[in-house]
Design a protein around this ligand. Structure first.
Ligand code: RFL
Ligand code: PHB
Length: 395
């Protein structure tokens, strides 16, 4: 068995774990990161696409935003489409100049992995059977197998950045955590298609047949989603049926056409809201999807992970530089205020834009929401300030 030591043991090499390792390195704090998938798998996993104003700024300020600045698409708004008409929400005008950047999460992951490896960072890919031990003591440890060898790393702190299905959250005694959860009665069927995006900005469309979203990954690649059942069988969705359904849900009386192209990837995602409180147990801290999930309609998941990382990195810096534990003790409380506001916004976007349940009163309310939001500058500004991202917490 191989034994070693580090300051911070990080489980997971998604955006949360990778950005944490990068920020800690900038503060002169050492970490080791363990990931059960391969590097190639992590770099190809297609997920989020929208970076909040503050997320893009943080990546740029910390030296990992070069390619994002070159290849990311700056968007100054989104379209809400309902009753076959589009309504533009202009972000800079409503938020004092803020915008969003459309840049794939897997591109962020690639950039962060490259930066970590260039800085001599240790990321162990393809590890097996990770367990965390001794969280209540001063030296928690990570135990796992890597390339056939059993390893134990003794740490000052452990960062659980291993997503919703990871091992860190379940290793906390259940009676120490309070779980809040909402499972939505719908899912998203998402595709990537080799075709230029049919719109300069994202279109969120509410239609009698269900919600649809047009997004993109580059000037040549479109990303589209359709509301479906959470257990939708992809085998029932040949490419032709997907395009036909998208055509119907985006139908508009305006002069506009949805361009079709070869579909290169398909997947179904169930939708849930989930928060665990607190986000820490002894010297184990949970970050990103390990602690909370939002339905994707508000484009908040990746951005929340980044906000947690920012708070935790500062708390660790205060601990190692000045011996202060106050921020570490308040980590959960600070993060949860933002988390719940993002849950609220994502829940509102999801309910307002999706159809379902057969409750006609609720459907009318959702239509009225859209009518109100697109007709009132105050309501539009509320949407815009949440979408571009609320200001980061003072820490
Ligand atoms: P991740 O990305 O899930 O990374 C966790 C990592 O931990 C690894 N892991 C383990 N490693 C070792 N041992 C174990 N036992 C392990 N178990 C798991 C995993 O392999 C993985 O590498 O979590 P993280 O870092 O917290 O990042 C969160 C984001 O990935 C997530 O919130 C977003 O993708 C959500 N999301 C969106 N967020 C946005 O901000 N904007 C969007 O536009 C957006 N769109 C989306 C989304 C998520 C979607 N899906 C597929 C759920 C659209 C979709 C369709
Ligand atoms: C995406 O581009 O994948 C995307 C964009 C906006 C969302 C969700 C996903 O709300």
């Amino acid at each position: 068995m191989k034994r070693s030591k580090t300051q911070v043991g990080i489980v997971g090499a998604g955006p949360a774990g990778l950005l944490l390792a990068h920020l800690l390195h900038l503060h002169g704090i050492e970490s080791v990161q363990v990931e059960n998938r391969s590097r190639n798998y992590c770099e190809r996993r297609i997920r989020a696409g929208v970076l909040e104003h503050g997320t893009a700024e943080l990546l740029a300020e910390t030296g990992v935003g070069e390619r994002m600045k070159r290849e990311g698409l700056i968007h100054h708004g989104i379209y809400l489409r309902f009753r076959r008409k589009s309504h533009h929400i202009n972000f800079p005008e409503l938020t004092g100049g803020k915008s969003i950047t459309v840049y794939g999460q897997h591109e962020v992951v690639k950039d962060l992995i490259a930066a970590r490896l260039a800085a001599g960072g240790r990321i162990l890919f393809g590890v097996e059977d990770v367990t965390v031990e001794g969280m209540k003591g001063k030296a928690p440890s990570l135990r796992f197998r890597h390339a056939g060898e059993e390893q134990v790393i003794s740490c000052d702190f452990i960062a659980g950045c291993d997503g919703f299905h990871g091992v860190c959250r379940p290793s906390i005694p259940a009676n120490e955590l309070r779980v809040y959860e909402e499972v939505y009665p719908f899912g998203w069927l998402g595709i990537l298609a080799r075709v230029a995006p049919s719109s300069d900005e994202l279109i969120y469309s509410r239609h009698e047949r269900g919600f649809a979203l047009l997004s993109m990954r580059s000037p040549q690649v479109s990303r589209l989603y359709l509301q479906c059942s959470p257990e939708e069988d992809l085998a029932r969705w040949p490419d032709g049926r997907i395009w036909q359904e998208l055509q119907e849900r985006f139908a508009t009386e305006e002069k506009w056409k949805l361009k079709e192209g070869p579909i290169t990837q398909k997947g179904v995602t169930a939708m849930r809201g989930f928060v665990v409180e607190p986000m820490q147990y002894g010297r184990l801290f949970l970050l990103g999807d390990a602690a909370h999930i939002v339905p994707p309609t508000g484009a908040k998941g990746l951005n929340l992970a980044v906000a947690d990382v920012r708070v935790f990195a500062r708390a660790l810096d205060a601990f190692y530089t000045h011996g202060k534990t106050e921020l570490l003790e308040r980590y959960s409380e600070i993060c949860l205020r933002r988390v719940w506001k993002a849950e609220r916004f994502s829940n509102w976007m999801t309910r307002t834009l999706h159809l379902g349940g057969g409750d006609e009163y609720a459907e009318r309310i959702h239509e009225a929401e859209l009518d109100y939001v697109t007709g009132s500058r105050a309501a539009m500004a509320a949407l815009a300030e949440n979408y571009v991202g609320l200001p980061f917490e003072e820490v």
